[in-house]
Write a protein that binds this ligand. Structure first.
Ligand SMILES: [Zn+2]
Length: 233
């Protein structure tokens, strides 16, 4: 007997995709897309009582595993690779109903993943909201004279996820004084000074910043003063 390079482990449970044209030794039909070897002779799936099975090509590991779990009878389909001198798995034959149940389980998984993503998004939204609240509170602590609505707007703007703004930076998340002050300064620059207009009229950024520096400092000084002191000053 000629030795085989790689003998299939369970010949009785294997179905072959033949490399050459083969006909069924029992009913003579052919050429056969799939065959079973019985007593050294090829047999079609009908004659081997396997024709009720459905072919599931390899590729989807979860679906394959579940289909085999669900199926009372499952058969591995192999094809001989001449170059590598070995049988390679092409897929499995499983009961149609088993495949349907396996597909259902995979869909249920996808649905569960979708629900989890939605829950995560809601959790992140709550975190963002809490973070913006903490940010606004810190603005009010450092700048007691800043109107509450303005502090909330600055905090919300700085906290937008994925914006790369100061609130999303490590310093911003830690609510350091520098990060909070940067967000306030940016807001004052744009809303309380002619900074944006200067930029639009072609004034270079550094020059524009220099021209508005005093105006920004005045607003910040007013906001830094406690409410009581602001009234006294
Ligand atoms: Zn046959």
């Amino acid at each position: 007997m000629a030795p085989r390079a790689t003998a299939p482990p369970h010949p009785q449970l294997l179905v072959f995709q033949p490399l050459r044209k083969r006909h069924c030794a029992v009913c003579r039909r052919g050429p056969l897309p799939l065959l079973v070897m019985e007593d050294g002779a090829p047999s079609c799936l009908d004659c081997a009582d396997l024709a009720h099975l459905e072919f599931l090509p390899r590729g989807d590991t979860a679906l394959t595993r579940r289909a085999r779990e669900e199926s009372a009878l499952s058969v591995v389909v192999v094809r001989f690779n001449r170059r590598r001198s070995r049988y390679e798995r092409q897929g499995v034959l499983v009961e149609e109903a088993a495949l349907a149940r396996a597909e259902q389980r995979c869909l249920a998984d996808a649905e569960a993943r979708r629900r989890r993503r939605a829950r995560d998004a809601r959790r992140r939204a709550v975190q963002d909201e809490r973070f913006a609240e903490a940010f606004a509170a810190e603005i009010q602590r450092l700048f007691p004279g800043c109107p509450a609505g303005r502090a909330r707007d600055i905090a919300a703007h700085a906290s937008v996820r994925g914006s790369g703004r100061v609130g999303r930076s490590a310093a911003g998340r830690a609510l350091t004084e520098g990060a909070v002050t940067s967000a306030v300064v940016a807001s004052v620059r744009h809303l309380d000074t002619p900074y944006d207009r200067l930029l639009m009229s072609g004034v270079p950024r550094q020059e524009a910043r220099r021209r508005i520096a005093a105006a920004v400092e005045t607003v910040l000084r007013g906001w830094r003063a406690a409410r009581g002191e602001a009234g006294a000053g």
